[in-house]
Design a protein around this ligand. Structure first.
Ligand code: ZN
Ligand code: ZN
Ligand code: ZN
Length: 459
């Protein structure tokens, strides 16, 4: 259902977009406009008529000479680093993940708490060489690229590890016994999805909780992967709380509310220049989404889904204990929803999913590690130093297991750094994106150098 926006609507949207992205080209701005207004149908020609010219000083600079990140997933994301309040940076809360056995996952790495509001990061214990695999990690919460949903619904892809089944003769896959829709490589992937990463949690299986369909539709129409992750986190907690062990429940609580970098989504968006124009719609959208989540994962006695949901909970445990006031507040209040949304925005890996150790990595525009989604059969190099793995192709897609690889020699005491944004972006674009998405201004060596050139070009 697409509608053509009025001249007036388009005019104000174009002005806001231009002021927020002074240096972006029309293609990217149009893409952003369509993201913000998915129901609008609009041609580039018409958009161009309303789009103010970029200010001459900050016009298109091309893709810069930044390093190309090997076509892999590239940027990761993590706790806010180099926060500078003088710049108006947002402070995210972050702490140590006491449930994570880092020594076991990545023997050459340790956590360090940095002073000056930077939060935690990972530093190296032993020298690493170029091409060396530092660790591999499955998602703690798996989400899929919305564009892959077509493969999931046509049963051509594993709902857990996102491996595409070879065509035209796919191997025997294992279907979800309740909905029959989700397919898995094998029983191991199935059990990981149900118990581990929430790839296909019982509470989010349409065969078990029918109301889920409304929220899946919303995620699809909004193309919103952050929302997908939020729902999976809550389902995972609720599942452990009702049916699981108390240690598994505590692990989720600790990771979410104590360890992962977290900022309230509203606080984050209030910083945006266009906030006054979008605030009303945003808040309304969040409120509606929040109500949908409640209906799916914590319906009240007056909701239609109340009884079916109670039956679902009782199907795996006979005696139910109602949520405490604190639990209601912590997991199902509107403010908590906004905090979860903000947390996912800071921590979700660019190819999808939340990863417990990966989310410790801080940002640099000149990173020393690469984060990759490699194909199932990949094995680490036997001699070092080694070339970095080649870029993936459509036929040779990687799974959602992350592989962290050293891009160069890294010495003991050095911090491991990834780039949260596309390294090909120029200084002002990177600066803007990092500020908007992650709430900080970057002061890495590359930024310092390019800032001087940038100010010269503006002078
Ligand atoms: Zn199912
Ligand atoms: Zn699989
Ligand atoms: Zn930088």
């Amino acid at each position: 259902m697409s509608v053509a926006p009025s001249d007036e609507e388009l005019n104000s949207a174009a002005i806001i977009l231009r002021s927020a992205h002074p240096s972006l080209g029309i293609g990217k701005l149009l893409a952003q406009l369509k993201l913000d207004n998915p129901e609008w149908s609009i041609s580039e020609k018409r958009f161009k008529r309303f789009l103010p010219r970029p200010s001459s000083s900050s016009s298109e600079k091309g893709q810069g000479d930044g390093e190309v990140n090997g076509g892999g997933s590239g940027s990761g994301s993590s706790n806010v680093t180099e926060v500078n309040q003088k710049d108006g940076g947002l402070i995210a809360q972050t702490g140590i993940d006491t449930f994570l056995d880092i020594k076991q996952i990545a023997p050459k790495v340790k956590v360090k708490m940095f002073k000056d509001g930077k939060g935690k990061g990972l530093v190296v214990r032993e020298k690493l060489q170029m091409g060396e695999m530092i660790w591999q990690e499955d998602p703690w919460i798996a989400t899929n690229d919305i564009s892959l949903t077509q493969y999931l619904t046509s049963r051509e892809m594993c709902s857990q590890c996102l491996t595409l089944f070879p065509q035209p003769n796919p191997p025997l896959s294992v279907p979800c016994t309740f909905c029959g829709e989700a397919q898995f490589c094998n029983r191991l992937c199935y059990s990981k999805a149900v118990k581990g990463s929430s790839g296909h949690h019982d509470l989010l299986c349409p065969g078990q909780n029918k109301e889920v369909k409304s929220i899946l539709k919303l995620i699809q129409s909004k193309q919103n992967r952050d929302l997908q992750a939020v729902i999976k986190i809550i389902a995972k907690w609720r599942g452990e709380r009702e049916w699981g062990s108390s240690s598994a429940r505590k692990e989720i609580e600790d990771r979410i509310w104590n360890s992962m970098a977290r900022v309230n989504q509203r606080t984050k968006e209030e910083e945006r220049r266009e906030w006054p124009f979008i605030a009303k719609d945003r808040l309304e959208e969040w409120r509606l989404t929040h109500l949908l989540i409640l209906n799916v994962l914590n319906p009240s006695p007056s909701d239609d889904n109340y009884k079916p949901f109670q039956r679902l909970l009782q199907s795996k445990k006979s005696r139910l204990i109602p949520l405490t006031k604190e639990e209601e507040e912590r997991w199902f209040s509107f403010e908590s929803f906004l905090e979860l949304l903000g947390l996912v925005g800071l921590n979700q890996e660019s190819s999808g999913g939340l990863y417990a150790l990966h989310s410790h990595l801080n940002h640099s525009c000149d990173p020393n590690v690469q984060v990759r989604n490699l194909p199932k059969g990949w094995t680490p190099p036997t001699t070092l130093p080694a070339e970095l793995p080649p870029p993936m192709t459509a036929q040779n897609r990687g799974t959602n297991k992350l592989t962290i690889i050293a891009k160069k020699t890294i010495h003991p005491g050095d911090e491991l750094l990834v780039s949260y944004v596309d390294q090909r972006l120029d200084y002002s674009e990177r600066r803007e994106r990092l500020r908007e998405q992650y709430g900080f201004y970057c002061h890495c060596t590359r930024c310092k150098k390019e800032q001087v050139e940038y100010s010269k070009s503006k002078a």
